[in-house]
Design a protein around this ligand. Structure first.
Ligand SMILES: CC(C)(COP(=O)(O)OP(=O)(O)OC[C@H]1O[C@@H](n2cnc3c(N)ncnc32)[C@H](O)[C@@H]1OP(=O)(O)O)[C@@H](O)C(=O)NCCC(=O)NCCS
Length: 355
């Protein structure tokens, strides 16, 4: 980081600049309107806040982002911005926000005296036109310093192939691939129809949520999905965006394990259910294992989605789960991302560079 750059905690006053940075990443500045499963080009001013959200989440609209950042701070997560100084005295000179990073903190397992703390980079965005100035690395570095300061033992991020060299340069290594798969839902005989279980509200009450966050390679994504509910916007609330949960307990040699499933409608394809299925790790094993419990939960979710009238499903699985499930369900791989992991104890903490 040069003396013309600095990183600091984000404030609500940064919202317009953060929105500008994220909007700059739309492919060729193109906005879309999604109606009746059709995608048509649109002008940003003609879209409602909800329609803007469909183009890329809360960062696309100042009101949603305001709520998002408020919630992030209230739940103890972290948002940082990177600023760059444009020299001179005229219009456009001075410090300007050119990028943002959001880091989620969670405990890896529910039980135990001191469950390990993990930091997960949920989003990272530098404004187009300011790439390769070192701002991305400065944001990641400061996030890692904060993770160390809070006692996290590792930092994770889910990223696509395009960013592998960037994260390698930031010190991350490959943990596992995350595969997006989609497929047709099975037709159901009446006898197979599942009984719908716990409403999402119950999830927090029973304390399942931290478990979910703790075992998912991309908790930011799940957090985002789960928290997609409460934007204070009638159009958002009117849209079918329910998240439902399924909890299946299983007894193992190391105690009880649970698998939790979420299901929601794809915002841009009403016939497609997006499914998240997470099995608690067997406490004897080092990494989350999906296993028979995960497969059972996944099958239940597919039946559930079919019973709700969905025609297709899409889900995200880590590599080994993917190959095992393929054996049981007809599905195709559509894209591959990677869970990257940086052990904070390997970080060289340079206190001169804390920004
Ligand atoms: C990924 C991203 C944050 C990188 O930010 P940036 O400010 O351009 O990165 P930096 O300038 O700090 O780069 C740090 C190092 O990574 C390298 N690097 C950055 N992007 C790279 C790329 N796409 N391919 C190869 N190397 C890359 C830089 O050259 C630099 O290496 P060097 O020190 O040897 O010169 C930015 O490209 C971005 O916002 N992309 C769009 C959104 C996105 O993909 N976010 C990540 C989601 S997980």
């Amino acid at each position: 980081m040069t003396e013309r750059q600095r990183v600091r905690p984000a404030t609500l006053g940064d919202v317009p600049a953060i929105v500008r940075a994220f909007r700059s990443d739309l492919i060729e500045g193109a906005w879309w309107r999604f109606r009746k499963n059709q995608r048509t080009p649109a002008h940003v001013e003609d879209l409602t806040p909800f329609e803007q959200w469909l183009n890329g989440g809360p960062w696309m609209n100042p009101d949603y982002l305001m709520q998002h950042l408020g919630r992030l701070a209230a739940e103890g997560h972290l948002a940082l911005v990177a600023e760059e100084l444009t020299p001179g005295t005229g219009q456009g000179s001075g410090w300007a926000v050119r990028g943002e990073i959001e880091v989620f903190f969670y405990r890896e397992a529910a039980a135990g005296a001191a469950p390990p703390l993990v930091a997960h980079i949920g989003v990272l965005q530098v404004e187009r036109g300011f790439f390769r100035h070192g701002l991305g690395r400065a944001l990641v570095r400061r996030a890692c310093l904060e993770a160390v300061a809070r006692g996290a033992y590792k930092v994770t991020v889910v990223s696509g192939r395009d960013n592998l060299s960037f994260y390698k340069k930031c010190g991350f290594g490959l943990l596992t691939p995350v595969v997006t798969v989609e497929g047709a839902l099975p037709r159901l005989r009446d006898a197979e129809r599942p009984r719908l279980t716990a409403p999402p509200e119950g999830l927090f009450a029973r304390g399942v949520w931290p478990v979910v966050a703790g075992i998912h390679p991309g908790p930011g994504q799940t957090w985002f999905l789960y928290r997609a509910h409460p934007y204070e916007d009638p159009e958002f609330r009117a849209h079918r965006l329910e998240v439902s949960a399924l909890v299946l307990p299983e007894q193992t040699g190391h105690g009880q394990r649970r698998a939790v499933g979420f299901l929601r409608q794809n915002q841009v394809d009403a016939e497609e259910a997006i499914i998240y299925c997470l099995a608690e790790p067997d406490r004897g094993g080092p990494d989350p294992s999906f296993g028979a419990l995960g497969r059972a939960a996944f099958a239940e979710l597919l039946r559930w989605a079919a019973a709700l009238g969905y025609v297709r499903f899409r889900t995200y699985l880590t590599g080994p789960e993917h190959s095992k499930l393929r054996f049981f369900f007809r599905m195709g791989e559509t894209s591959r991302e990677f869970v990257l992991r940086l052990f904070t104890r390997d970080l060289e903490v340079d206190t001169n560079e804390t920004g």
